[in-house]
Ligand binder design. Structure first.
Ligand SMILES: [Zn+2]
Ligand SMILES: [Zn+2]
Length: 119
């Protein structure tokens, strides 16, 4: 289990990562929410993680298919979760201890021209 936390520390989560690889999402919703692409974990099932401090976790239904969690105390984006299968993609920067390696970029058609990543 790897510990993660938001910027203010009021939201705490333990997660079990099978892969340390990162997915970068350039979709318009991520860009709007984060002012840039979001670096995600691979999808975790509900059994793979547990919030140990949940009092500040708020959920926003961002589309028909998915919802986004954030810390309502500090605003840190926490995760995107599909409603259908509950697979959960975490903001990988919640987790300081994990070795990170960039695996793929998605929604490149929405990517803006003013920034670039080298994968
Ligand atoms: Zn917080
Ligand atoms: Zn996205």
């Amino acid at each position: 289990m790897i510990k993660g936390s938001c910027l203010c520390g009021k939201t705490q989560v333990n997660a079990d990562f099978m892969k340390n690889q990162i997915i970068v999402c350039h979709c318009s919703m991520c860009l709007k929410q984060a002012a840039g692409p979001i670096f995600y974990s691979y999808g975790l099932s509900l059994d793979d993680y547990r919030f140990t401090e949940t009092s500040e976790v708020a959920i926003f239904a961002s589309s028909e298919n998915a919802e986004r969690g954030f810390c309502q105390s500090c605003g840190t984006f926490l995760f995107m979760r599909y409603k259908k299968d509950t697979s959960t993609y975490f903001n990988i920067e919640l987790f300081d201890e994990i070795d990170k390696s960039l695996a793929k970029e998605i929604h490149l058609k929405d990517k803006k021209g003013y920034y670039s990543l080298t994968t």
